[in-house]
Write a protein that binds this ligand. Sequence first.
Ligand code: NDP
Length: 285
Amino acid sequence: MPARRIDGQAIAREVRARIKREVAVGAIRPGLAAVLVGENPASKVYVRNKRKACDEAGIYSEEHILPEETSERAILSLIDRLNHDPKIHGILVQLPLPKTIQERRILDAVAPDKDVDGFHYINGGKLVANQDGFIPCTPLGVLALLEASNVNIAGAHAVVVGRSNIVGKPAALLLLHHHATVTLCHSRTKDLIETCRLADILIAAIGRPRFITKEMVKEGATVIDVGINRLPDGHLVGDVDYDAVFEKAGAITPVPGGVGPMTIAMLLSNTLKSAKWFYEKSSHG
Ligand code: NDP
């Protein structure tokens, strides 16, 4: 039987509408600052989309677009200013940064309580320890999609393919904290096909077009495709061979229109969460 298509666009729209309602009645206006260094065209599009999403939700936003040759010191000084700016509750540094910049140094300079991307090592540590902090937006979006689609996570076998710090690893931790039995796979995994076939929930975060084929998917499994790959002909496809897997899976996200829209919705959600924390802290002295 063909799969149920998980509509990330529609679920993200609902999340954004809820955020907009909360912002409208909130005590303070949440504010997000985006820092972009260099001329990466894809990054410019992402930052523009984030700004548009903020405007629609009533969130204040500002962009800091710096030339490619900006020094690490100048970026750190901007981040320090934003860390102390009361209008700003969330700071995102658009990746990748130019090669001359030490990415880790910049990410760890963002105040952990404004780190709405969840890339600071303190937030990484909180996620490992299952303490409340900021969780990276894409894995958070994956979890929100599963929950909105009423997929049973507790007790399920979840297989995550890809172990990056921004997607695979935090996705595996989140699923573990929601009581899945988790297997985390990567490029050195032996028997990848057999391992994927055990999954009740299969998360693909690899960055290889249509890598997950029908033979890797268990009948009725839920398949979440994080991948975004541009083919030479300009088409955008995920890490899953969608048409074939659709015939076998129980539920599946499309690309585009699956995880992508959720990532931005979760960024807004983290920014709102940060603003609420600031308000609580300031109103309790
Ligand atoms: P990375 O390149 O950082 O990580 C890719 C992971 O896939 C690595 O852990 C790598 O293993 C693993 N991998 C690569 N080849 C294989 C293989 N043959 N078999 C098994 N595992 C393999 O990518 P990201 O995590 O940053 O992104 C993954 C995908 O998600 C990309 O397509 C990206 O564009 C997309 N993405 C989408 C977002 C969204 O909003 N929808 C947001 C962020 C990313 P190893 O560690 O051993 O090298």
